[in-house]
Write a protein that binds this ligand. Structure first.
Ligand code: IMP
Length: 200
């Protein structure tokens, strides 16, 4: 199976967010010519799967089939043990149409209060999938474990970063130097695995 991507391959990043497409190009060490889904004229599919890997594969396959080029997609989120893994694959949706993560973080806190939780353990997941137009695909998953802490602290990250403290650290991802976050994040771990799977 042609699972090795030669340097210089044109690759579609299955996202309409140009910033995310650039970030993906950089995380792949600039080895590929990365087009966003918008540039490749690929619409965004509904995320109908129930797992991070399922949704990443669905988005990558959809973009590969529509564009005729290899495609890379990601799916990520925060899972809280005491909430049975919520918000999980619904992490973006908990922030509502206004992408209000202060609201989403309050929702996590309120749900934990409602059940009188004593276990605050949580983890971030990043699933990455690459699919080829003729069918084969590869999917990997990276995680970083820790706990959630309230009130939110720090304004350096995005999303749920201000409430997540990785194991062995006292700062939240929102307070941490971005380079420190990048050295241990779920996304960095997933990209390391993906590079191992794709690069010769
Ligand atoms: P998606 O993968 O683009 O569907 O979005 C996943 C959601 O999870 C985003 O809205 C983020 O807020 C959240 N998320 C994923 N990774 C991180 C992270 O590194 N820090 C904070 N929030 C994250």
């Amino acid at each position: 199976m042609p699972l090795i991507l030669p340097a210089g391959t044109r690759l579609v990043a299955a996202t309409h967010n140009a910033g995310k497409a650039r970030e993906i190009a950089a995380l792949l060490d600039g080895r590929f010519e990365v087009l966003s889904a918008a540039e490749a004229g690929v619409p965004e599919p509904d995320e109908t799967e129930s797992t991070f890997t399922g949704n990443a594969l669905l988005k990558a396959r959809h973009a590969a089939q529509r564009s005729g080029l290899p495609a890379l997609a990601d799916d990520s989120g925060l899972s809280v043990t005491a909430l049975d893994g919520a918000p999980g694959i619904f992490s973006a949706r908990w922030a509502g149409p206004d992408r209000d993560f202060a609201l989403a973080m309050r929702k996590v806190e309120t749900r934990l209060e409602e059940i009188g939780a004593t276990d605050f353990s949580a983890w971030f997941t990043s699933a990455l999938a690459v699919a080829w137009p003729d069918g084969p695909a590869v999917v990997v998953q990276g995680e970083v474990h820790g706990h959630v802490s309230f009130p939110p602290r720090g304004d350096r990250g995005f999303g749920y970063d201000p409430i997540f403290v990785p194991t062995g650290h006292s700062q939240t991802f929102g307070e941490m130097d971005p380079a420190a976050k990048d050295s241990m994040s779920h996304r960095a771990r997933a990209f390391e695995q993906l590079k191992g799977a794709l690069f010769d």
